[in-house]
Structures are given as C-alpha cells and as structure tokens.
Design a protein around this ligand. Structure first.
Ligand SMILES: Cc1cc2nc3c(=O)[nH]c(=O)nc-3n(C[C@H](O)[C@H](O)[C@H](O)COP(=O)(O)OP(=O)(O)OC[C@H]3O[C@@H](n4cnc5c(N)ncnc54)[C@H](O)[C@@H]3O)c2cc1C
Ligand code: SF4
Length: 329
C-alpha cells in the first residue's frame, strides 16, 4: 500500500515546532515513530497535507530522575528504552511489563511513548482499506451516522488499545502538553473523552513529556495483557494494578483496564471496598468481581467478548495475588 502525498517537516527545537504549527493553522499532524500513523495514512483513514516529525527535537527524547525523585519521560522516548529504564524497578514495574509487551521488538525500537498514548481508537469495521471503505456507508468514526458494531448506537465504540496508558494512569502520571505556546499539565486519565470517534480532548496540543510522582513507600505495581498472538498483537484486554502496602494491609489501590472500552477504564469504588479488610484470597476474588462488572467490551475487535471479560477478572486476580505474595520476598 502506498502513502498519499504530503509535505514533510522536521523541526529541531520546540520554538521551531511552535512556529510551524502557527504557520500551518492547525493543518498539520504530528508524527513520532510513525508505527501507528503511517498504517492509517496508507489505508487513507487520514490524509494530512503536512506532517511534522518531532524526532529531531532533542529536548523530547530524555528520561530523567529529578532532584525531587519525580521521573520525567520525554514524549519521543522509545518504548524499548522504557523497557531498559524500568527493568527491576519495583514500584514502577507495571511500566516495564507493559512496555515489554507493546507489539514486537521492531515496533518497540521505533515506537514512542507519546505516540503510544495518543494512538487512535481501533475497530474491525474502521481499520480497513480504502476499497472496503468505499463499499460500506460511513459509520460515526468516518463522519456518518451508523455503527456496525453496536446496532442503532448514536455513538462510536472504537476501542482504545494503548498498552502504556494503563500503567501510567495507575501510577498517577501526568502529561505536559504544548497549546499555543503554553505548557499545560493534565492527569493522563483526564485526556480521554470516552467517545471512540474523537478519543482525546487535547485537540492539536503537542505532548511534550510525562511526569511520574515520587514513588511512595510500599508502592508496587504490575500489568497483565491478553492478546491473540504473544510477541505482536494489541491488547484485547489489559489490567494495570498499583497497590500501596502499609502495616501489612492495602493502604491504597488503583486499577485501570485497557482494550475493553473507548478509553482506559479506571475502576471505581475499590478503595472504600477494601478499607480495613484482611487481605485474603476471598477478598482478591471479590475485588476481581468488582473489576469484571465494570468491563464492558463490545464486538469490534479480535476475541470473544465473554472471554475478554473473563480474562479481565482472571488477570486482576493474578496481578493482585502476585503483588501481595511477592511483597515480602
Ligand atoms: C504490528 C503492530 C503492532 C502493534 N502492537 C501494539 C501493542 O501491542 N500495544 C500498543 O499499545 N500499540 C501497538 N501498536 C501501535 C503503535 O505501534 C504503538 O502504539 C506506538 O507506541 C505508537 O508510537 P509512535 O511513536 O509510532 O506513534 P506515531 O505513529 O508517530 O503517532 C501515533 C499518533 O499519536 C500522535 N502523536 C505522536 N506523538 C505525539 C506528540 N508528542 N504530540 C501529539 N501527538 C502525537 C500522532 O499524530 C498519531 O496520531 C502496534 C502497531 C503495529 C503496526
Ligand atoms: S464502533 Fe461503530 S462507529 Fe465506531 S468505528 Fe466501529 S463501526 Fe464505526
């Protein structure tokens, strides 16, 4: 499949990037590793006139631990660099686990963390070639007013499958965006709309970096992923769990699901439920049941929806059990 024609720009600083964006008055699209954008362009799902590569901007490609122990991750840090950086980092183990399972090794070498978070939602009725698109009336995501996945639906349910969002969200990561020369930080979970047709509320903002807070004592985390082919595929269900242990009890817990909705799903009411309870297998089963009841995938990607929901429950159980059992070792 050939790419459509476009003009290519590669600024070397944030100032030049700003000037270019201003000159193009919103008619340009940002490219990082290109592993998600280029296939969409080949399918003619998007045909930008101008493409701005941000890979030559040095300020965007660093990971550093700040004096206050916060970690800053530039938007163009490659997924493979994250694997190496977070290896054997117990509090942030979920980042290592998720990064290590993004696509294949070739994808991880090219792909960036910023592109991973801002990847578009996907649907088996949308991510199709032009020939296929031409024979089907457009659905909501292509500007029409029907949905092939959920009959009579007034909105799009295309699924968000960015592996890295779940760990960054449970670890309370923030994204810093550049909007018209202003740098604005937002908690990552706040950038999603929940509408598959327009998944983000950051418009033409450029993602500059991520900020992770200093890890609190007793923080442990992990990520589990279900996909059709290990070593290649997108998550059709993913669970990130972060737990803070204090005095042998769970003092805090945050769980986020990926691959089952148009946005990451942050599980509600879980902290109050566990409060002051003794940590037993029964309690972990009950937590997994709460998580299961908040996962509602639809039939628009690989895998049976009942199996995906079941896997969410199973992976939640395994994730919490592994974290707790491994804590004292
Ligand atoms: C075979 C295959 C398997 C894959 N498997 C997985 C998987 O298992 N898990 C997974 O999560 N993903 C997967 N992907 C999707 C993709 O490769 C990754 O998500 C990757 O991290 C995207 O990063 P990128 O730098 O290549 O993004 P790009 O393709 O460059 O960009 C992706 C999107 O983000 C926007 N963007 C990028 N950077 C910025 C920025 N700094 N500011 C504003 N907008 C920006 C672009 O405009 C574009 O819309 C897979 C892709 C392929 C082709
Ligand atoms: S969920 Fe429905 S509207 Fe959205 S891309 Fe799929 S078919 Fe189209």
């Amino acid at each position: 499949m050939q790419l459509p024609h476009f003009k290519y720009h590669a600024p070397r600083s944030i100032n030049t990037l700003n000037a270019l964006i201003e000159k193009m008055k919103g008619q340009a699209i940002i490219m990082a590793g290109g592993t998600e954008l280029i296939p969409r362009m080949k399918m003619r799902l998007i045909q930008p006139e101008n493409l701005i590569s941000i890979l030559k901007i040095k300020e965007l490609e660093h990971i550093k631990i700040k004096k206050d122990k916060k970690i800053e991750i530039g938007a163009t840090v490659r997924i493979d660099n994250l694997v190496n950086f977070f290896k054997e980092n117990r509090p942030f183990n979920a980042i290592f686990q998720a990064a290590n399972m993004v696509g294949s090794q070739q994808i991880r070498n090219m792909a960036t963390i910023g592109g991973n978070i801002l990847q578009n939602t996907r649907c088996k009725y949308y991510n199709r070639t032009l020939q296929w698109q031409n024979i089907m009336p457009p659905c909501h995501k292509r500007g029409g007013n029907i949905c092939y996945a959920v009959k009579n639906s007034k909105r799009c349910f295309a699924v968000y499958q960015g592996d890295m969002a779940a760990p960054l969200i449970v670890l309370n990561g923030k994204g810093e965006f550049l909007f018209d020369k202003n740098f604005i930080q937002k908690p990552l979970e706040d950038i999603f709309t929940g509408n598959g047709a327009m998944p983000f509320n950051v418009g033409k903002g450029v993602l500059i970096k991520f900020i992770l807070p200093q890890p609190e004592d007793g923080l442990i985390s992990t990520y589990k992923k279900y996909r059709i082919r290990d070593g290649m595929d997108f998550p059709i269900a993913g669970v990130a769990v972060a737990i803070k242990i204090k005095n042998k009890k769970i003092d805090d817990i945050k769980i986020c699901l990926i691959g089952v909705s148009s946005a990451p799903v942050v599980i509600k009411d879980i902290k109050d439920f566990i409060s002051e309870k003794k940590l037993t297998d029964k309690l972990i089963h009950e937590i997994s049941e709460i998580v299961y009841n908040q996962a509602h995938p639809v039939e628009n990607t690989d895998g049976d929806i009942n199996k995906r929901r079941y896997m969410i429950k199973q992976m939640t159980f395994e994730a919490i059990k592994e974290l707790i059992d491994g804590y004292d070792k």
